[in-house]
Design a protein around this ligand. Structure first.
Ligand SMILES: Cc1cc2nc3c(=O)[nH]c(=O)nc-3n(C[C@H](O)[C@H](O)[C@H](O)COP(=O)(O)O)c2cc1C
Length: 224
């Protein structure tokens, strides 16, 4: 049976949008066709034997890196993990008759536009080629905080999130399939007007900051 490993690259670990998205893709997979594993970069940091995770990854048919966009790129903790895996593969080269694993990525970001993940997806494609794996495609998902907050209350199949659901379905189908059909990166986000998203996001961050809108604004400008 084919095996897939999901890497949760969010520093938030279990409380992340990344983890929620991993759970949704795993739910979509046919367990008779594919065995799925999950690793978390946060937990990898706490491990004494760090090579354990890399050993597991090197036995997979597919690896899906799932993480948040940080400054248009990759969280540094995930980058360290990726370098570690690359070093592991240099020390433990795969046998010649080995089926080259496929690599995918799901990146979520704070702003509404999923296409903001475009450059980070290019980094993942380069990394995949660098370690000798077979890059397939990635999904860039906007409004990550909204996705995280509403994961259990607004279903992916709802009109609002329909395009995200469709993107994840394409990924699940590709993971299960034997045939490689050309697929480009998918950029998606909840379908809502930007001004509504911005108003809701502003309210959310004022609440997170635990201070009034006025005090927060004063603080931002005094530190700018
Ligand atoms: C240090 C840092 C940098 C970030 N940089 C960006 C960015 O460049 N663009 C963006 O749209 N969101 C950015 N974000 C927002 C996260 O991508 C967003 O909150 C995401 O939904 C978090 O996903 P997670 O819950 O899986 O960790 C940043 C967040 C942090 C903490």
């Amino acid at each position: 049976m084919n095996k897939v490993c999901f890497i949760n690259g969010s520093p938030r670990g279990k409380n992340s949008a990344s983890k929620g998205l991993i759970d949704k893709v795993i739910e979509m997979l046919d367990k008779q066709k594919l065995q799925s594993h999950e690793l978390s970069v946060v937990e990898w940091y706490r491990k004494n034997i760090k090579e354990e995770d890399f050993e597991l990854m090197s036995t997979m048919n597919a690896i899906v890196f799932v993480f948040p966009l940080y400054v248009d790129a990759i969280p540094s903790s995930l980058l360290e993990f990726m370098y570690g895996f690359e070093e592991y593969l240099i020390k433990h080269p795969c046998p010649k008759n080995y089926n080259v694993p496929k690599v995918y990525s799901i990146i979520n970001n704070g702003f509404i536009e999923g296409k903001q993940n475009m450059n980070a997806l290019k980094i993942m494609a380069h990394y995949s080629a660098r370690i000798g794996f077979n890059w397939r495609f990635g999904i860039g998902i906007g409004a990550g905080e909204f996705i995280r907050e509403t994961m259990e209350v607004i279903p992916l199949k709802s009109k609002l999130k329909q395009s995200i659901y469709e993107g994840l379905t394409i990924l699940a189908t590709d993971l299960e399939g034997q045939v490689n059909i050309e697929q480009s990166n998918i950029m998606t986000n909840p379908s809502m007007p930007k001004f509504i998203f911005t108003a809701a996001a502003s309210r959310h961050w004022v609440k997170e900051a635990k201070m009034s809108r006025k005090a927060l604004s004063r603080r931002v400008w005094s530190e700018a």
